[in-house]
Design a protein around this ligand. Structure first.
Ligand code: DSN
Length: 433
C-alpha cells in the first residue's frame, strides 16, 4: 500500500479505504450499518438518508472554513462553497415557499437558540408546550438555555374527556394564558405531538397579544414539504427545522422566514452570534436532500409515511393499546402502555422491543405518573420503515410483533422468534442506496 508522508512525519495510507486506514473505526461503522439493516427503525425522529446525501457529507468540503455568508466571507477560497450554500438556500426556499433561509445551524436546538438570541432579550417571556406534554428541551426546559435565560409559560393540552380534541392543544386556554402573560413569542411545533398543528389559529392568538409566532417544524418538515401537513407559512414569523427527520437529509438545522428584518437578525444571530464556521459538507448534503425532496417521488414517500402511521395506530388500538389523543394525523404516535398492561413501562417496552429488532424510544405521556427514565409511554414513528419500502400490511404485522413481545413481557422465546421474523423482513426490504 503506497503511503503519503505528511510534513509532520505522520503517515497515512494513500487510499480511499477507511477499512485500511482505520480498521477500528471502520469495524464499528460496519456494525452500525448491520444494526440499521437488520432492525426496524421506529424512532419517530430518525430516518435513513440516501447514499447521495451521505456522499456529500464525506467530502473535502469538511476542510473549508467559510465564516460569514455567500459573497461575504471572512476567508478566501470560498467560491465553490458559496455555490453550495446558495444552492441549498435556493432549493430550501422553493421547497418551503418562503423568502429567506439560513442553512447554517448545526442542529435543531442550535436553530432554536439562534431565534431566541435574535428575537428575544434575556428574561423575556415566551409561551410553549411543556416537554412532558410533547414539547422539546429547547422550548423552555428548566435546565436548557431556553428555560434558564428566558421565562417560559406553558399552554396546556385539553383534558376534557368528553371533548373530541382530548389531549390536543387547548386553544381557548392558550389564548387566555397568552393574554394574561403577554409573551413576546409563542412557540408551536413539537417533538411528540401526533396531531395537525393549526398554525393559523396560533397566529390569531399571537396577533391578539402582540407576539411573534415561531414554528419549530423539526418533526414534520418532510410532511410540510410534501403537502402532507399544512405549511407554517404564511402564518409564522419564523420557522425552524431539522433536516434529518421526515425530511430525510443530513443531521442539521435550518431557519426560515418571510420577513426581511427578521432574516437579518437571524443571520447575525447564527453567525457571529452563536456559531463559527459553517459545516459546508453538511450544507452540501442539505442541498442534496432538498433536491430529493423537490422530486415527485418524495410526495409519494411522505404520503405513505402518514398512511403507515395511521395503519400502525389502528392496528395497535385494535389490540387494546390507548394512543394519546386517540390516534395520529402525522408520522408519529404515543402509545399509553398502561391500558394494555398497567405494570408495563416505556423503559421495559423499549428494551424488550429492541431485543426483538424493533427500535423505539420510551416517552412520557401527558400527566405521566412515572419519571422520564421510566415513563408509561412509547413513541413510534414511520419515516424510516417507509423509506425502506414498508406499507400498510407490514404495519399490521409490526403491531402484531410489538404486541407479542409486550404481552409476553419480553419472554426470551417470543423475543427470539419475533427477532428472526423481523430480520427476514429487513432482508426483503434493504436500506436504500
Ligand atoms: N431528539 C429529537 C426527537 O427525538 O424528537 C428531538 O430533538
Amino acid at each position: 500500500m503506497p503511503k503519503t508522508i505528511y510534513p509532520t512525519g505522520q503517515t497515512a495510507a494513500k487510499t480511499d479505504s477507511l477499512q485500511e486506514c482505520d480498521p477500528q473505526v471502520w469495524s464499528l461503522i460496519q456494525s452500525e450499518q448491520q444494526r440499521q439493516h437488520s432492525t426496524l427503525e421506529l424512532i419517530a425522529s430518525e430516518n435513513h438518508a440516501s447514499s447521495a446525501v451521505m456522499a456529500a457529507m464525506g467530502t473535502c468540503l469538511t476542510n473549508k472554513y467559510a465564516e460569514g455568508y455567500p459573497a461575504a466571507r471572512y476567508y478566501g477560497g470560498c467560491q465553490f462553497v458559496d455555490g453550495v450554500e446558495d444552492l441549498a438556500r435556493q432549493r430550501a426556499k422553493e421547497l418551503f415557499g418562503c423568502q429567506f433561509v439560513n442553512v447554517q445551524p448545526h442542529s435543531g436546538a442550535q436553530a432554536n437558540t439562534a431565534v431566541f438570541f435574535a428575537l428575544l432579550e434575556p428574561g423575556d417571556t415566551f409561551a410553549s408546550l411543556v416537554l412532558s406534554d410533547g414539547g422539546h428541551l429547547s422550548h423552555g426546559m428548566k435546565l436548557n438555555f431556553s428555560g434558564r435565560y428566558f421565562k417560559p409559560v406553558h399552554y396546556p393540552l385539553r383534558y376534557d374527556l368528553t371533548a373530541t380534541d382530548y389531549e390536543q392543544i387547548d386553544f381557548d386556554a392558550t389564548r387566555r394564558l397568552c393574554l394574561e402573560h403577554r409573551p413576546k413569542m409563542i412557540l408551536c411545533g413539537y417533538s411528540a405531538y401526533p396531531r395537525t398543528i393549526d398554525f393559523a389559529r396560533f397566529r390569531q392568538i399571537a396577533d391578539e397579544c402582540g407576539a411573534i409566532l415561531m414554528a419549530d417544524i423539526a418533526h414534520i418538515a418532510g410532511l410540510v414539504a410534501a403537502g402532507e401537513h399544512p405549511s407554517p407559512f404564511p402564518h409564522s414569523h419564523v420557522v425552524t427545522t431539522t433536516t434529518h427527520k421526515t425530511l430525510r437529509g443530513p443531521r442539521g438545522g435550518m431557519i426560515m422566514t418571510d420577513d426581511p428584518e427578521i432574516a437579518k437578525k437571524i443571520d447575525k444571530a447564527v453567525f457571529p452570534g452563536i456559531q463559527g464556521g459553517p459545516l459546508m459538507h453538511v450544507i452540501a448534503a442539505k442541498a442534496v436532500c432538498f433536491g430529493e425532496a423537490l422530486q415527485p417521488a418524495f410526495k409519494v414517500y411522505a404520503r405513505q409515511v402518514v398512511h403507515n402511521a395511521k395503519a400502525l395506530a389502528a392496528a395497535l388500538m385494535t389490540k387494546g393499546y390507548r394512543l394519546v389523543s386517540g390516534g395520529t394525523d402525522n408520522h408519529l404516535m404515543l402509545v399509553d402502555l398502561r391500558r394494555r398492561d398497567e405494570n408495563l413501562t416505556g423503559a421495559d417496552a423499549e428494551k424488550w422491543l429492541e431485543a426483538a429488532g424493533m427500535i423505539t424510544n420510551k416517552n412520557g405521556i401527558p400527566n405521566d405518573p412515572r419519571p422520564p427514565r421510566v415513563t408509561s409511554g412509547l413513541r413510534l414513528g414511520t419515516p424510516a420503515t417507509t423509506t425502506r419500502g414498508l406499507t400498510e400490511p407490514h404495519m399490521a404485522q409490526i403491531a402484531d410483533w410489538i404486541d407479542q413481545v409486550l404481552a409476553s413481557r419480553g419472554d426470551e422465546h417470543v423475543v427470539k422468534k419475533v427477532r428472526q421474523q423481523v430480520a427476514e423482513l429487513c432482508d426483503r426490504f434493504p436500506l436504500p442506496h
